[in-house]
Structure formats: C-alpha cells, structure tokens
Design a binder for this molecule. Sequence first.
Ligand SMILES: Cc1cc2nc3c(=O)[nH]c(=O)nc-3n(C[C@H](O)[C@H](O)[C@H](O)COP(=O)(O)OP(=O)(O)OC[C@H]3O[C@@H](n4cnc5c(N)ncnc54)[C@H](O)[C@@H]3O)c2cc1C
Length: 332
Amino acid sequence: MEGYKGFWVFIEQLQGRISDVGLELLAKARELADATNTYVGALLLGDFAEDKAKELFGYGADKVFLFSHPHLQIYHSLAYTKLICQAVKAEKPEALFMGATPLGADLAPRVAARLETGLSAHCVDLRLGEDGVLEQIVPGFGGAMMAVIVCPEKRPQMATVMPGVFPKLEPQERQGEVVPMEVALEEADLKPKVVEFKAKEQKTVALEGASVVICGGYGMGSKENWQLLEEMAKLLGGAVGATRPAVDEGWAPEEVMIGQSGKIVHPKLYIGAGISGVMHHVVGVQDSEIIVVINKDPNAPFFEVCDFGVVGDATQVLPALIEKLKERLQVD
Ligand SMILES: Cc1cc2nc3c(=O)[nH]c(=O)nc-3n(C[C@H](O)[C@H](O)[C@H](O)COP(=O)(O)OP(=O)(O)OC[C@H]3O[C@@H](n4cnc5c(N)ncnc54)[C@H](O)[C@@H]3O)c2cc1C
C-alpha cells in the first residue's frame, strides 16, 4: 500500500456540461482527504480549456488531471478506460470514485478490472474506518441491513455512488493545480464509436428538485389506484415516485424509481403509500424534511423512519386526503 495517496474523482460530463454527481463526489473526497491529510484529485476528460478545469478547485479539488482532446468530447469506453488506468498507474491514488450513472456503470468495472482492484457499486455512503481504510456502505441482504465493504489489499479502492447522495460544496475561492495529461490514442481505442447522445424525453414532473414527492409502492395494488398518487401530486404541485415493484408492474416509468438503484430525493415533504420501507428504497428518501407513511401493516419497517405514520388502506386514506386538500385549496 506504500506510496498510494489522494482521493480521486472522475468528473462526468455530457456535451461539455459537468454533471452534478462529480461535484458531489468532490465534496465527499474533500472531507475524506482533510481527515487523512491528503489531496483531492479530479479526472476531467473532454475537449476543455484549462479554465474549465480550474472551476473544479472551487468544489474541492486540489489537482485536476486534464485530458483534453476533440476525441474525448463524447464518451468512449475504451479510450476513457485506457487514459484513466494510465493516470492511476502513474499517480497511485488511494481511492477513485465515480457516479453510479449509466456512464459510470460502463466505465468503473472496466477500470477496476484493468487495475485488478475491487469495486463497490451503488454505495450510499463512504467513510473512514478506524484503521483509515475506506468503508463503502451498500444496502445488502434485500435491503434489510447496511453492508460495510472494505478493500484491504488492493489500491485504488474504487466505489460508485448515486447522484444526489452527497451535497456538493458551495463554490469557494480556492487555488489548485491543473496537470495537463498526454492523450495518446490509437484507432482501436475509439471503437466502438459513439455517434451522439440524446437526452431522454421526460414524460413526468422531474423528481430532482421537487419539494413534494408522492411515492407509491406495490401496496397500491393496480394502475387504477395509481391515479390517486397522480391526483395528490397535482394538488400539492409535486412529483410522483415509485418503488421497484411498482415500476416492474408497469404502473410508473423507470425514471421515477426512487432508491439505491433509482433516484435520490430531498423534498420538503415525502409521502409513501403502500411501501414496506426496506433500505433499498429508504436510502433514496431518508433526507426528506418530513416523511409520511401510509401502510395497512402496523409492523411495516417504514414506520420506524417516518415522522408521521397512518396505519390504513392507502386506497381509502388517499381519497380522504385528496378530498380534504380540495376543500382547503377550494378546487373541484
Ligand atoms: C440490489 C437491489 C437494489 C434495489 N433497489 C431498489 C430501489 O432503488 N428502489 C426500490 O424501491 N427498491 C429497490 N429494490 C427492491 C427492494 O428490495 C424492495 O423489494 C422494494 O423496495 C419493495 O417495494 P414495495 O415496498 O413497493 O413492495 P413490498 O415490499 O411488497 O411492500 C408493499 C407494502 O404495501 C403494504 N400494503 C399492501 N396493500 C396496502 C394497501 N392497500 N394500503 C397500504 N399499504 C398496503 C404492505 O403492508 C407492504 O408493507 C432493490 C433490490 C435489490 C436487491
């Protein structure tokens, strides 16, 4: 383990726009680096001038390793993997974090395999153990417990984390170093060819940034009952979310799934109806200001983490709430 130091973050970008997840990971890397007296490195690949790299100092980076080349503007699995592995082998960071995004899900395992190190995917927290080894927290055993994963014998320690898990820092005036990196690519590194990225059409109110989230689970029972959640969300100006089983049933699109493998939300008010409340889902909502749970089973684990709980049938409780809300808001 001798000679490995620094917490590194891969900075994801799409068409030149830096995604929040990289900035969120920089904030966590900053905290870990300060606790262990080391530095934060950012890996920025794209077609960027130095000024773009310097923006990352404000979010916590001490060093930005800048790979700038027109071929890197669009993500290429093989090229990105090769360049990141070269940098890691040369600089020896003790840890490397990436977003648990579709891009991160493609890139992180490739990098880990080439570096012959471990990778903890979809972490919901990162912290230091007593011995200074990184503890990577992932819900395990059906979400019934939090697993602490360590990688004691290999470096770098690698983890992916969902967008929205950590808050990014408010940009500050900070100085750092931009390290220009050589981009030596061969024809073979640019296959397969990505021609363009297209944003997915958003059919529902965005969950990200919503101050009210009404979420339904398998206990909602049917697509018809799902309308109750839509109506409630409309009245409160909120967004509708879903658990995995509700998505599997086809009651809601996958992009509104909340939890470890879905979205992380931070609304002022979260209402969960017909949801058992296992960790896989709870990690996506636990930072909501107020959590209200509606479940007909008084022993449902969700009641242990909520602020207000209603023991009852959601198909009866929701219509009653909707009626009261309409009265209050004076709408039909
Ligand atoms: C690796 C992994 C990742 C996962 N990631 C996610 C994730 O990101 N998000 C996610 O949601 N899940 C995820 N899961 C699935 C997760 O483990 C649970 O299976 C899921 O969250 C349970 O969803 P649920 O609460 O809707 O369904 P259930 O567990 O079936 O619970 C339904 C609840 O509804 C209640 N109920 C039934 N009828 C009514 C009624 N009429 N009124 C009120 N209450 C009623 C029941 O009492 C029960 O508590 C993941 C699983 C794995 C293995």
